[in-house]
Design a protein. Structure first.
Length: 256
């Protein structure tokens, strides 16, 4: 007698990793797959975190279900916090690299004018600062006439008349300026919505003041909550470099 081999029975499993689209997989196929793969959720625990598995307890919420919901929420918050930390770390790393490049170029400057021009260029091209102003306030314009070009010098009398509150500030100012202050610092009040202004004393024969100011057209871009660590650092660096250049020019033979 000729034996007849029965055709293979169709498998009740469904390959969820196949190229079939979701429209080709019905609910029963998923049920059959899970029945035949009891270790699936143990091997893929991350799936459970996004599933809702209510208990048959009517309108009451079971303790286990509540605990799972809290853990899921905390897990999401932790992931979001981690993402923020990673983004902040990237921003800080980028800021550090840009600041380092600026400092290296400033160290190479051989004149005060060059020092200011480098700062203007870096602030505009690498830090996206819309407006930058660097000024030296001196008791008399001729005091530093041989050291600094005219556009960077203002007389103390004129400054006291226009920006007395800025000169008297104990810390860097951030916020909206008066029109007269904007015009003095940036030569125009147009598109100066808010600004950050740092000041430093310069050790010259007659006390002078360095002003480093940056501005943005948005009135709330620089405000009382704005961090000033960066602009303070650059202002202090400029102060030290200016003192060095003035001393060097005063003693060309020693270079000190």
């Amino acid at each position: 007698m000729t034996s007849v081999t029965a055709p293979p029975r169709p498998s009740s499993q469904v390959n969820l990793n196949s190229n079939e689209t979701s429209n080709d997989i019905n609910e029963q196929q998923v049920v059959n797959f899970l029945k035949n793969t009891p270790e699936f959720f143990r091997q893929n625990p991350e799936i459970l975190a996004n599933m809702s598995l209510p208990h048959g307890s009517g309108n009451a919420v079971s303790l286990v279900e509540r605990q799972v919901a809290i853990l899921r929420e905390r897990s999401m918050q932790a992931r979001h916090k981690m993402s923020e930390l990673v983004d902040n770390a990237k921003d800080n790393d980028d800021l550090f690299n840009k600041t380092q490049a600026l400092v290296v170029d400033l160290l190479k400057a051989s004149t005060i004018d060059e020092l200011f021009e480098i700062t203007h260029t870096h602030f505009s091209d690498y830090f996206s600062v819309e407006r930058t102003s660097i000024l030296i306030i001196a008791p008399a314009l001729e005091t530093l006439a041989g050291e600094i070009s005219q556009p960077f010098i203002r007389s103390e009398a004129h400054a006291q008349e226009k920006i007395a509150s800025v000169l008297c500030a104990d810390a860097t100012l951030c916020g909206v300026l008066r029109d007269t202050e904007s015009e003095f610092l940036f030569s125009s009040s147009n598109e100066v919505g808010s600004a950050a202004v740092a000041t430093c004393e310069i050790n010259t024969d007659t006390p002078s003041t360095l002003i480093l100011a940056i501005a943005h057209k948005n009135t709330d871009h620089y405000n009382q909550h704005t961090g000033t660590l960066f602009i303070d650092y650059i202002a202090q660096f400029l102060q030290i470099k200016i003192d060095q250049l003035i001393k060097k020019n005063a003693n060309p033979e020693t270079g000190q």
